[in-house]
Design a binder for this molecule. Structure first.
Ligand code: ADP
Ligand code: MG
Length: 701
């Protein structure tokens, strides 16, 4: 039977129901999925060193045979150290050691031939080379001996195992399939293929799995062989094409053409409590220009914490309001919604507009009344959480939607909201500085404005790290600042989405601080379990300076703005992510006074240390976000579920920003100026059929 790309893997020789189920866990269902499952690493087994040639410190592969093996550990048998002696033609010995490795005893029996990969060390007690926890690949085993030339004597691809379908089995399956599949049609535009001297798609897939002899392994492991380059480029190219087409479509939709009259400009001037920075002026101009266009605005406003996004949002709102439209402002949490409400209400009231707050903790009666007022257009500005985008909320004349902290909402909700009005303008604001390349991928359908300048007079926040037994130092700094008339935050992490524990810790700390450490100082408490009126009251009291210390769970992470607060104490700082810590620190240093951030930690892992060190050393949100991404990877950085991150097969945003730039450039040129109408139509169909599902957020058609 001839294989087609959509042939189910269950039809392959060697794939029964059990293996099919395991492959499925990695999303591998069809032949196409399988051939696009690329190795994450390559080993050069073409001219391997013998054991005798190995030197301590190097990362190496050896092919050797088990000579003897035992579970050892003397008195500490329970930890089950499994130790095997391996030897090869050089007669030298290398030891492999695995803690908790007793399970290996069954397979690593004398005579078994394996490839070992790991770091070479010297066991000075035994006087032999050793590898701790090397990767093992069994070279003689259940599979067809005829395949064995695949696994040695060449550059060998290493795959991430899918359950018990290990790298060796995958190698065999993929190799077999690649020999049987027909040459696929190449969809990349000809001029790009010729210009960049790309191999054909099928050729690229073949050689990315099984590189031809002589391909430098280093180049392969950097994912820069011509085959890999093409595949990475291609993946980005279609993604960016999809995003570009989506943008183009959005531009054709009828939107609201807001008028920027002199009166509107006058009102904006009246709104401003201070002189805007150059960066604020620049982004406002970008936003205002968009709003004056007849097509809907889709813009992302990025700016580090404290850069002054709020006022820019208020200015945009005012443009819509002055044109007779309503404005909806969405925040990710109730606290943040309440905070926006507190800061925008006085601003907008000054220019004659009322602001309403709609959250999950409004009573049913309040909700009904508010909704009625939104529907009849009596309320010009509504601020809220997801309650604002429930199906039954209608606006009379919704003109602008401002979404704060977009990445927490996810793409679908952005869509849901936009459906409410005709096609309102959308401004997304984020305080998480997203590295440019990532922003291009996730928000590729949005235009981006960046506030790259802080308001004048800001001082660097002095950031210190203390262990929990040094917490007194933090208290004395708090005392000193409070005596100077300033205020302080003490924050607890919310652990694993559950507020309860953090709330208890915050409650205890509140009692400890207010009862024992600062009995003479008014202390406030803020956590997610409070009702919205209580939250508002706690924030109001701190804002007005009636309380000097605010003990809180992470709910204040974003948005709270009290320029008089100069101390931020973060308890259990090891539990926070890097970007989160940066956001928290950004709650202080918002006025002209010297501010302090104190990170208190209990136990620190290596990455924990790295996070704290980064924060102590840097205050640049972009540097911090890049580091955060490196430490956590894009998935976790955004929270996988809501991220809207496209799942890429071979491309990697962190490793390949240069290729992404190039692909984006070509994709734009292609969409704006396709070689022929026919080529364009074909591309759209191809994207729809082959890429849309993976990219998730790209609704091209
Ligand atoms: P973020 O970007 O984190 O939302 P905010 O909009 O809350 O920042 O602004 C941070 C602080 O800086 C606020 O206290 C705000 O009033 C103040 N601020 C913003 N812009 C300016 C400016 N141009 N001049 C002086 N202070 C400003
Ligand atoms: Mg803000």
């Amino acid at each position: 039977m001839a294989l087609a790309l959509d042939t189910s893997l269950t039809y392959l020789k060697g794939v029964g129901p059990a293996r099919a189920a395991m492959l499925q866990t990695r999303g591998l269902q069809t032949v196409e999925d399988l051939i696009n499952y690329f190795p994450f690493r390559y080993e050069d087994r073409s001219n391997l060193k013998t054991i005798a040639q190995l030197a301590p410190g190097e990362l190496a592969t050896v092919i050797a045979e088990v000579r003897s093996a035992k579970v050892s550990g003397m008195r500490r048998k329970n930890i089950g150290l499994f130790e095997a002696e391996f030897t090869d033609s050089s007669r030298a010995i290398i030891l492999g050691k695995w803690f908790h490795g007793a399970y290996l005893a069954e397979r690593l029996t004398p005579g078994t031939r394996v490839a070992l990969f790991g770091k070479i060390e010297f066991d000075s007690y035994r006087g032999e080379m050793q590898m701790m926890h090397p990767e093992v690949e069994y070279l003689s085993g259940e599979d067809d001996e005829a395949d064995s030339a695949l696994h040695t004597g060449r550059v060998v691809p290493i795959y991430e195992a899918a359950g018990k379908v290990n790298t060796r089995i995958l190698r065999i399956l993929i190799h077999r399939v690649l020999q049987e599949i027909p040459e696929a049609e190449d969809h990349l535009p000809d001029h790009i293929r010729t210009f960049l001297k790309f191999p054909t798609r099928t050729e690229a897939i073949r050689t990315a799995h099984f590189p031809p002899p002589g391909t430098p392994v280093r180049m392969l492991n950097e994912f820069r062989s011509p085959a890999q380059f093409r595949l990475i480029f291609e993946e980005f190219f279609w993604l960016e094409c999809g995003l570009e087409i989506k943008r183009q479509k959005a531009r054709l939709m009828p939107g609201i053409q807001f008028q920027l009259t002199d009166q509107v400009r006058e009102q904006i001037k009246r709104l401003l409590p201070f002189k805007p920075t150059g960066a604020q002026k620049k982004v406002l101009k970008e936003i205002a220009d968009d709003m004056a266009q007849p097509c809907p605005m889709n813009r992302l406003l990025q700016g580090d914490v404290g850069s002054g996004k709020t006022i820019v949002g208020a200015e945009a709102a005012l443009i819509a309001l002055e044109n007779g439209y309503q404005v909806a402002i969405l925040a990710p949490t109730e606290i943040l919604a309440a905070q926006h409400y507190l800061s925008l209400k006085p601003l907008l009231r000054k220019v004659g507009y009322e602001v309403a707050l709609l959250t999950g903790s409004n009573t049913a009666k309040e909700k009904v009344k508010l909704k009625e007022m939104l529907r009849s257009g009596l309320v010009p500005v509504a601020i809220g959480t997801h309650a604002l985008i429930e199906k039954d909320v209608e606006f009379a004349r919704l003109g602008l939607v401002i979404i704060d902290e977009q990445h927490r909402f996810g793409v679908m909700q952005r869509f849901g909201l936009v459906q409410k009005g005709i096609t309102p303008d959308v401004l997304v604001m984020t305080a998480t500085p997203i590295p440019r390349t990532l922003a291009m991928t996730i928000y590729g359908d949005l235009d981006i404005s960046v506030i790259d300048e802080l308001p004048p007079g800001r001082k660097k926040i002095v950031t210190k790290h203390y262990s929990s037994d040094q917490v007194e130092i933090a208290y004395s700094a708090m005392r000193r600042e409070i005596d100077l008339g300033r205020q302080a935050y003490v924050v607890y992490p919310v652990i694993e989405e559950s507020e309860t524990q953090a709330m208890k810790a915050a409650q205890q700390m509140f009692e400890h601080l207010s009862g024992e450490v600062f009995p003479d100082v008014p202390v406030g408490l803020l956590h997610g379990r409070l009702g919205s009126a209580e939250k508002e009251a706690a924030m109001e009291a701190f804002k007005a300076g009636r309380t000097k210390i605010l003990v809180s769970t992470t709910v204040i992470e974003v948005g709270v703005d009290v320029p008089n607060a100069t101390v931020m104490v973060i308890e259990q700082a090891e539990r926070f992510g890097l970007s989160q810590l940066h956001q928290l620190r950004g709650r202080v240093g918002r006025g002209g006074e010297q501010s302090y951030c104190m990170l208190i930690t209990e136990k620190l892992s290596d990455t924990g240390k790295e996070r704290i060190r980064t924060l102590v050393e840097s205050q640049d949100g972009f540097v911090i976000a890049e580091m955060d991404l490196k430490l956590r990877g894009p998935g976790e950085f955004f929270g996988t579920k809501q991220s809207g991150l496209p799942s890429l097969r071979i491309a990697n945003i962190l490793r390949d920003p240069d290729i992404l730039e190039a692909a984006r450039h070509e994709a734009r040129a292609f969409v704006e100026n396709p070689p022929s109408p026919d080529a364009f139509t074909k591309a759209v169909i191809y994207i729809k059929e082959h890429w849309q599902r993976r990219y998730g957020l790209v609704q091209v058609g």
